[in-house]
Design a protein around this ligand. Structure first.
Ligand code: ATP
Ligand code: MN
Ligand code: MN
Length: 300
């Protein structure tokens, strides 16, 4: 009797090897999402989330008692850090280590440490001074219709493309959208910041009724803040595929440009419904992201 060889199992996501204490601890009470539930989610999306969280300095929003308890925004390592999390030294600020991970165990270590939100730098540990991504953060003020935020993202895409950069869009999981450009790490932080500042200011100058480029709440009513300050040394933005420690368990979700619509708001995709979306996708919404990295050209 010739036995058929069993079908090759589908390419498996790696299995984390991290002990979760109190796996049933509830992080998002409304959805009943637990520590273990968050670890399972990250294990499922590991392949997608890895480029955005691995080998970068990370700031963390830690919520040991879930989203309704105390929250700590931590940029530095602390005592008793999970052993899968790496301490890394900022060459410009030695002596007070920052946090990084290098694999899925590290990510699950962050879950074990109640890091409900992960906010990476836009630079990797390989090159702290030269960012490998730009994040333009659209922050709509009160009363701004969602279509206007979409229009702002499309305009940013246009401007970034005119400067020779690719542009990708994600929901923030909060109130806005993030437009992201992958960079070849050539230009240093000050140059990248100046580039994004000039872009935000140009948008505000061209359409002052729609956009502002400076953080001043009074001026923001009915307008969209083009928050370019994610693009300076030490600044962070929530990572793609990471959830928010807010009611609803929304996830900062990469979208195709043509998915942008009034039906998909900033908190549309959540820990509950994102896995279904991902399983049904025919292609990665950010396909070609890494290959699209381009250098910031001087003078653009
Ligand atoms: P939203 O769409 O609601 O604006 P967001 O993630 O873009 O969501 P912002 O308020 O615009 O939120 O903040 C931008 C970024 O600033 C955050 O993603 C985070 O990386 C960083 N940040 C958030 N909280 C803090 C904090 N307490 N201290 C320092 N930086 C923070
Ligand atoms: Mn924002
Ligand atoms: Mn902002």
């Amino acid at each position: 009797i010739v036995r058929e060889t069993p079908a090759e199992p589908a390419p498996k996501t790696p299995r984390p090897n991290v002990t979760l204490t109190h796996p049933d601890r509830v992080y998002w009470p409304e959805q009943g999402i637990t520590k273990e539930g968050l670890a399972d989610y990250y294990t499922q999306v590991w392949r997608r989330v890895a480029p955005f969280v691995v080998n970068r300095p990370l700031a963390l929003l830690r919520c040991p008692d879930g989203i309704d308890g105390q929250k700590f925004f931590q940029k530095h390592a602390w005592k008793g850090l999970n052993r899968n999390i790496r301490l890394v030294e900022d060459p410009k600020d030695p002596g007070d280590p920052l946090i990084a991970i290098e694999d899925l165990d590290g990510l699950i270590g962050l879950v074990q440490s109640a890091a409900l939100e992960i906010h990476p730098w836009g630079a990797t540990l390989e090159d702290w001074e030269r960012p490998d991504m730009i994040t333009m953060d659209l922050d709509p003020g009160e009363g701004v219709p969602w279509q206007r935020v979409i229009d702002g993202a499309l305009e940013l895409r246009q401007r970034l493309q005119s400067a020779g950069l690719a542009a990708f869009v994600k929901t923030s999981g909060g109130k806005g959208l993030h437009v992201v450009s992958p960079l070849k790490p050539h230009a240093a932080w000050p140059e990248v910041k100046a580039f994004t500042k000039a872009m935000a200011e140009a948008m505000a100058a061209d359409a002052p009724d729609h956009y502002v480029a400076t953080i001043s709440k009074a001026k923001r009513k009915g307008k969209i803040l083009i928050d370019y300050l994610r693009n300076q040394r030490g600044a962070t933005a929530v990572a793609a595929y990471c959830p928010r420690a807010r009611p609803g368990a929304a996830v900062s979700t990469p979208l195709e440009w043509d998915e942008l619509s009034p039906e998909i708001g900033p908190d549309h995709f959540t820990l509950d419904n994102l896995p279904t979306r991902l399983a049904a996708l025919r292609r990665d919404p950010w396909e070609g992201y890494l290959a699209a990295a381009a250098p910031l050209k001087p003078g653009k």
